[in-house]
Ligand binder design. Structure first.
Ligand code: ATP
Length: 260
């Protein structure tokens, strides 16, 4: 297995390991034998254009869909055989927002904590820490309805952290936000990797969300076209930027011309 962060999987147990995942909708392939690992504490950008298969991959990683073959391990726990332990270590931010607009930030977070079986003072501490990490501590008693899109997203990420997951999946979490707002969220999630050792898989089609120190998986038409630390991916195709590498790996492949 090739590791995205180039450790060969030996230095530390991967936060996330995916082997040979395929999925088809009614016979039309959406993922074709996808495999990669993300080292513990690493930020891995899953970069792919619309229709690449990112959301399908997330549906398999969260067990929304059952993977017909292949293997997924979260913090070392096999998702199929150790489902409870694996999911307990997973935090998820889906593409579609799911906060209750008429509840306050704190009420939304308490409700999510209860779904994880958490209550009491532990939860209040987790809520305070989660909101502080996203600079939302002063907004806990405001209704979601009055928050702007960027602040709602911050609350959703803080909510996904309440049960102290070791792996976080975020499916295009900044869609529809302006550039400074996106930047602020990307930076805060990177800080969680650095400071808390969180493993992150961040799906996006926006190249400016990828930082030079990140790992990268480029997904296109259901296939991994490139993966590794950002500098290696750039060197591998002679690109000067992530944008160039993305363009290189996602350009339409020309069919071979007979006799050409
Ligand atoms: P986007 O950025 O647009 O969300 P994506 O990278 O998340 O794209 P997917 O949504 O996983 O890609 O889609 C991968 C492929 O599977 C696409 O060709 C899409 O049309 C197809 N697909 C996705 N969901 C379904 C579905 N429920 N039924 C049939 N085909 C689907």
């Amino acid at each position: 297995m090739v590791t995205v962060d180039g450790t060969g999987g030996k230095a530390r147990e991967p936060g996330l390991a995916v082997e040979d995942l395929s999925y088809a909708y009614g016979g039309k392939p959406a993922l074709k034998s996808v495999g990669f690992t993300v080292g513990a504490g690493r930020f891995c950008a899953l970069l792919g254009p619309n229709g690449a298969g990112k959301t399908t991959l997330f549906a398999l990683l969260t067990r929304l869909f059952a993977a017909p073959a292949g293997r997924i391990a979260i913090a070392g726990f096999d998702l199929k055989r150790q489902t409870g332990a694996a999911l307990a270590r997973l935090g998820i931010v889906f593409q579609q927002p799911t906060l209750d607009l008429d509840l306050t930030v704190r009420q939304n977070l308490r409700y999510a904590a209860a779904l994880h079986g958490l209550g009491g003072r532990v939860v209040e501490t987790a809520i305070a820490e989660g909101l502080a990490a996203f600079d939302m501590g002063g907004r806990a008693d405001e209704k979601i309805r009055v928050l702007n899109g960027g602040h709602r997203r911050r609350v959703e990420i803080a909510r996904a952290m309440l049960h102290s997951p070791s792996v976080m999946l975020l499916d295009e979490p900044t869609v529809g936000l302006d550039v400074p707002t996106r930047r602020a969220i990307v930076e805060r999630v990177h800080a969680l990797c650095r400071d808390k050792g969180l493993t992150v898989l961040w799906a996006t089609h926006l190249v400016d969300e990828v930082e030079p120190g990140d790992d990268l998986v480029v997904l296109h038409e259901g296939e991994i076209r490139a993966m590794g630390p950002v500098p290696e991916v750039l060197a591998g195709c002679g690109a000067a930027s992530v944008a160039e590498a993305f363009q290189y790996h996602t350009k339409r492949r020309q069919p071979a011309v007979a006799g050409g």
